[in-house]
Write a protein that binds this ligand. Structure first.
Ligand code: GDP
Length: 367
């Protein structure tokens, strides 16, 4: 019997085996990287994202990031410095209290919280006869902390439950930092060991989807996107499907933030919500507000809160303003906790909000 057919057969088998291993390795590397998934493309036809060869970044752990607010605020003359200077005067008379009131109002604290803080400070300065700068600072810290309310639950639901990924809907007006926040939040979750899928459901701006894809590629999060002008709800649906199929921990949905009519906004977000909930519950609705817009941010917040059940506020650009009062105002007005704050344009400049760190940063900036 000739050995040639056997040898040829063995060779063919070997070639098939090597090819199989190579295909498996490629697809496995794709599964683990930032992959662009068109919302109309079956998962089997997923193409590797451009830049697939770039090494993945390892985001910083989220714990302790809030600390950097101190150095960011230190550059500005903010709420803390104004108040400390006023309360450390030799004579605190009616005119001084008026100035304190003005400082609080112009720091966006809001009328109600301003009156509360004034009354509390007034009582303590008078009754306790505090005078030294150290005592003034301690009282101010105490009272500001009470207003910021350290007891609020600021956790973000981002873990799988009922064998489904957590779904986080991110809403807000264009320009507030919504897409950036989705990218940064993905990094926070990835740093904490989660597996994340992103949905570019702001289909009205091609740039938003491109921007999100870049964020995803850098850390290995899949990004589901649709055609420009396509149905945002369809993209959200496909992303949740992809998240379920991939066994992801969380799906973060970036939504469109055009400032249009309330009815339009309601229809759009309502549809996204309905369609997503065919597959999984929405665990978190994060409203992104730009801290530098002050009262305007509050107006936006009211509109969104009427349209969707907002579960947490993301206050961006806190580095660009010392008007930290907006944290208190927005929590009071809406009864919703600030859960995350944006501290700059860097990829890891998003921090879980910590009330004590925040107040300390306001007062440290006063040095
Ligand atoms: P969107 O239109 O709401 O999606 O806004 P983008 O995410 O595109 O952000 C708008 C601009 O705000 C970008 O230039 C961001 O870099 C910037 N931005 C977002 N968050 C922060 C922040 O926390 N601090 C600063 N300084 N800039 C920010």
């Amino acid at each position: 019997m000739s050995l040639t057919p056997i040898l040829l057969g063995a060779l063919a088998l070997l070639v098939l085996l090597v090819a199989g291993v190579a295909i498996w390795a490629t697809s496995s590397s794709r599964r683990n990287r930032g992959v662009a998934v068109s919302s109309t493309t079956p998962l089997a036809e997923v193409e590797p994202a451009p830049g697939d060869e770039v090494p993945l970044e390892l985001p910083e752990p989220s714990a302790g990031r809030m600390h950097r607010l101190r150095s960011r605020l230190a550059r500005s003359q903010g709420l803390g410095s104004g108040l400390l200077a006023l309360l450390s005067r030799d004579v605190i008379d009616a005119a001084t209290w008026t100035e304190v009131e003005e400082a609080l109002l112009s720091a966006d604290l809001g009328v109600g919280p301003t009156q509360e803080l004034l009354a509390a400070l007034h009582t303590r300065v008078r009754v306790d006869a505090v005078r030294t700068p150290g005592e003034v600072r301690a009282i101010l810290r105490d009272e500001l902390l009470t207003l910021v309310n350290p007891t609020l639950d600021r956790t973000i639901s981002s873990t799988r439950h009922d064998e489904l990924p957590a779904v986080i809907l991110v809403v807000g007006v264009n320009g507030t930092g919504k897409t950036t926040t989705v990218g940064k939040l993905a990094r926070v979750l990835i740093a904490d060991g989660h597996n994340v899928v992103l949905a570019a459901a702001d289909t009205f701006r091609a740039a938003a989807a491109d921007q999100l894809q870049t964020w995803g590629e850098r850390v290995g999060a899949s990004v589901v996107r649709g055609p420009e002008g396509g149905d945002p709800a369809a993209v959200a649906f496909d992303a949740v499907r992809a998240g379920i199929d991939a066994g992801a921990d969380a799906v973060i949905i970036d939504t469109a933030g055009r400032l249009h009519t309330k009815v339009g906004l309601m229809d759009e977000l309502g549809k996204v919500k309905r369609i997503v909930e065919r597959q999984a519950s929405i665990d978190e609705v994060l409203l992104v507000l730009d801290a530098t817009t002050g009262q305007n941010g509050l107006v936006q917040a009211r509109v969104f809160a009427e349209v969707v059940k907002v579960t947490g506020i993301v206050l961006t650009k806190l580095d660009g303003t010392a008007k930290g009062g907006i944290v208190v105002a927005v929590q009071r007005e809406l009864g919703i906790p600030v859960k995350l704050v944006g501290l700059g344009e860097g990829a890891d400049d998003l921090a879980p909000f910590d009330a004590a760190e925040f107040v300390d940063a306001l007062l440290t900036a006063a040095n």
